[in-house]
Design a protein. Structure first.
Length: 187
């Protein structure tokens, strides 16, 4: 629970978020605002046009259902009582890929950039993956998203592939960069 403003982000998991009715009640609205603002500014989050509130609500509802089934992790970061960002990973559904998960979305409010929110969220999601015995955590990022790629590398992700000019935003084309973090215990 969040009780007072802080300089460092407070990162909550889905259960902690649900335990505070005030936060849970505003989560979809605030997540929608963050996503819509970021996408409108050209962020690489999978949309060309800002998503609707209903689309975000459906997406987050699916993620919460997967969390309840043990197949996902959802984290929300707060600066004070304001949502500063969120992220989630989902376990792969294909039977031969079930030991692994994909970090599908990490979104940080533009006003919170540079305050450690992305790092705190990603670190928490990695810790959740370890706790749930995920063997390999994957993600993909648009090739021009240098800050995100730098963050992922600093947390141990390595690039394992790239599709040149794969992401289409109007006439512009960007590489799709694939990264992985091997969480299997060695030795």
């Amino acid at each position: 629970m969040i009780t007072e403003p802080r300089d460092e982000p407070v990162v909550l998991d889905a259960a902690e978020l649900a335990a505070d009715p005030r936060l849970e009640g505003r989560f979809v609205q605030e997540a929608h605002r963050i996503l819509a603002d970021l996408v409108a500014g050209g962020a690489a989050l999978g949309w060309v046009e800002p998503p609707s509130r209903d689309e975000v609500a459906e997406l987050l509802g699916d993620v919460v259902s997967a969390v309840r089934a043990g197949d996902a992790s959802l984290r929300a970061a707060y600066l004070g009582r304001a949502l500063a960002g969120f992220g989630y990973w989902l376990r792969y559904s294909r039977p031969t890929h079930r030991p692994h998960a994909d970090l599908e979305k990490l979104a940080v409010d533009g006003a919170a950039h540079g305050r450690g929110v992305g790092r705190a969220l990603t670190a928490a999601l990695i810790a959740d993956a370890r706790e749930r015995d995920i063997e390999v955590l994957t993600l993909d990022a648009r090739g021009d998203n240098t800050p995100a790629l730098r963050l992922y590398r600093s947390l141990g992700f390595t690039e394992y592939g790239r599709l040149p000019d794969f992401v289409a935003v109007g006439e512009a084309r960007y590489d799709k960069v694939f990264c992985m973090l091997d969480l299997r215990r060695r030795g």
